[in-house]
Design a binder for this molecule. Sequence first.
Ligand SMILES: Cc1cc2nc3c(=O)[nH]c(=O)nc-3n(C[C@H](O)[C@H](O)[C@H](O)COP(=O)(O)OP(=O)(O)OC[C@H]3O[C@@H](n4cnc5c(N)ncnc54)[C@H](O)[C@@H]3O)c2cc1C
Length: 436
Amino acid sequence: MKQKPTAGPDGWSNWAGNQTASPFLVERPIDESQLIDVVVRSLHAKRQIRAIGSGHSFTAAAVADQTLIDLSGYNRIVAADKMTGLVTVQSGMALSQLNDELDQLGLAMPNLGDIVYQTISGALSTGTHGTGATLGGLATQVREMRIVSGTGELTTLTGDDLALAIIGLGAFGIVSTITLQCVPSFNLHVVNEPMKLSAALGQFEELADTNDHFEFYWVPHTKWALTKKNNRTDRPLTPRSKVSAFANDYLFENVAFGAITKIGKRRPSLIPRLATAAPSSGRTEFVDKSFEVFASPRFVKFVEQEYAIPRAAVPEALRSITEMVDKKGYQISFPVEVRVTAADDVALSTAYGRPSGYIAVHMVKGSDHTAYFKDVEDILRTYDGRPHWGKLHTRTYEDLAPTYKRLDDVRALRNQMDPNGLCSNAYVNRVFGPVQ
Ligand SMILES: Cc1cc2nc3c(=O)[nH]c(=O)nc-3n(C[C@H](O)[C@H](O)[C@H](O)COP(=O)(O)OP(=O)(O)OC[C@H]3O[C@@H](n4cnc5c(N)ncnc54)[C@H](O)[C@@H]3O)c2cc1C
């Protein structure tokens, strides 16, 4: 299935279809000198630039009104050291391609989110993360970033500058290459099983701490959670048959919820009854390569909001959400996803300085998500919640500054690297403030 929206004669839209752009110009550099040339020409023409990844952000992060830079042809591994695990990749490479090529080298990313359609630079720029109490988001795996700044200069960022700019929403320039710290390839032992929501919340900290990668989905209108426990193993591969993978990933995760959402769109009052029937899937257990386990295909289109809060607050916050859904009478056809990550020191990471729990809510594309997302956002803000930069939220620079202690350091570096605001768009200005 084609997942990558590109800019055509009718303009560009993101995967979810809730963001569109009609750029004046589309540029498709395929090497670093062409990339520098695009930035310098745009600077002289005073035309703003914006790189797109795979369009998997729900926010307007990738909306390019003037010059859109499509890096899908800039997608190769340029250096790989099997001994150290350091791998340098061009910024337009899709995570799916990266995983396959790393596997051939005997390497892997230590953690991933739940899809691999994103490009490496798109995923990094918005703070994409997976789950795992001892692991940070993808940005913590980066050791070096080469970037063509808004002044047209090629710069290599490491250390503190890297920590400030890596989750940068394209506001510092166009990322050229990224050096990742990879690990030897590994297998995961997977146990997926339903659990009572009360038990999953009661044992949440323990489940998070005793599994390498723990997450669960609460199925709204039911008392059930679908738990996923993935642990590193030396056991040989016992991958699911294609039929079983299809039944779980396609039929259950996509079609079952797809059917609920389709019927629910016409008859919302049926959603609670349909939802109660859905989570009856049993226990599945298998061993597969890490990157095959982390990611699943997505066929049902939706919009999403995700907040990070201090990990210990997750059970209380999720209970408040379940009560709010009942009280307000919302009919929700998508599960609520709960994950964890370690604290990190990346300035704009949602897990900056604190072990974090993530609560993500979804609504099928085309339905009105605003009231439900707002009520969830209001609850999570009481826990000093931080929104995912690529997922819907209503926050602005003014109210993000108190929770991101280094936001003004980020702005200072941005002012230096892009003094003319060449690399800004409306969303970047909303969350970072305008270039000064
Ligand atoms: C179905 C689905 C599942 C998802 N699952 C997860 C998940 O498990 N975990 C998670 O954290 N997030 C998840 N996301 C969110 C997703 O990971 C992020 O929104 C990510 O940014 C998308 O990457 P992309 O390549 O599509 O980038 P885009 O959305 O196209 O762009 C994102 C940002 O990156 C910038 N950018 C891209 N390339 C460059 C470059 N070369 N230089 C400078 N800036 C650049 C863009 O300008 C934009 O600001 C999911 C999204 C969807 C639709």
